[in-house]
Design a protein around this ligand. Sequence first.
Ligand SMILES: Cc1ncc(CN)c(N)n1
Length: 231
Amino acid sequence: MEGGSSGSDGGGGGMGKTATWMKLHSPMYDRATRHPFILGISDGSVDLSAFKRWLAQDYIFVREFVPFLASILLKACKHSDDESDMEVLLGGMAALSDELAWFRKEASKWDVNLAGVIPQKANMDYCSFLQSLMLPEVDYAVVITAFWAIETVYQESFSLCLHSSSKTPEELMETCQRWGNTSFGHYCRSLQKIADRCLEKAPSDIIKRAEEAFIRVLEHEINFWNMSFAE
Ligand SMILES: Cc1ncc(CN)c(N)n1
């Protein structure tokens, strides 16, 4: 599985918690990573108005994603036992700055007015979920698991559109490359290793909360893709 299987040992030889959950919750995981919106891009049948709706809503989401990642960085400073976590997360923050600039450029290419976008319910619900994870009492292992899952759903989804058999329209290739490229795949695997390392040492109640956060991310991602089809 692209972006998943090669980082599945959690660094300890056996299967890490994250890979176990991907398997255990595979029907929902597949619904998040092989959504009809993504399949439509990859077979060329996507409705461009759905793409524009997704683009506008995702810009709002990514703006909320910045304070979410900042809150994870803060927790890494305080609670991580591995200094390299900071490097990985700072790389992610730099990528988000680039991502926001890309959204503005892409929106102008598609004539989407980002200033006038009204966030839809699924987007607001997802952003509220991020805010609930930003609270200081939410454990680092839980938030890093959620962060890994959020990034991985996009990586796996968009990498599908880059397969040699896909018929992704030329004008959507840049979007698919943004998240489907191999370097973003390596980044996701680095996040997965951090999550697995934290989960290995975590008590059972934190492991349970991290699994719940993983499932909630999948639900929100499915609802987010669904939003692109809503008028
Ligand atoms: C909804 C959503 N999920 C994930 C990503 C990838 N950062 C995103 N841009 N938007």
